[in-house]
Design a protein. Sequence first.
Length: 220
Amino acid sequence: MEARPIITRCLLVDGDSGEVRTAPASEGLPPRPDALRVVVLSDTHMFHEDVCVPRGDVLIHCGDFSRRGSLADASAFAAWMGAQPHTHKIVVLGNHDVGHFCQVTSKNAQELLAPCAVLDEGELVIGGRVFFGSGWNRKGTRKIPDGVDVLITHSPASLLCADWPDSTLQECLEKLSRPPKVHVFGHVHEASGVVHASVPEREPREGRTQSLGEGGKGVG
């Protein structure tokens, strides 16, 4: 008997109005010619089969897809991601993926997770929008450029989450003259949700930064 997903609800965020609402994941968002539908997951820790994934154009996983970064975990996750219908799939690595004793590394991750674009201090342009990925980084060295539309990290910046903050990430963001429009992340399982926040800028400009928190085992 085929197992049914356990995580069946998600947060829907309208990028134009900022409206946030909870809805069945099966509802998703209908396609629009003037919009890009982005679906965000994080910290599934090999429970990805339990997630009902909403429809969308881009599927992002913010890291910790595995338990201990084994090759078997990577293979199973890659097969699952490859079966998802989204046109574009992006992954950044978390501390359970490339931590101590993990077989997955920043060097072999792209080959192991071939259906996805693994972003490690790199970017991908989709529909004219810049997605930049910066995964788990123990050294705190990040190369996030100005003008990113969607920033993808595993851990949150300290301004956005007081639990397990990444102060080096916060310092990097504060140095940017044009901060990311949207920041998606994971790591803190109990802190899922959406935050509207302004990142201090070196030069005044209009706009705001929206942070979409992670959803633990579900949809962030």
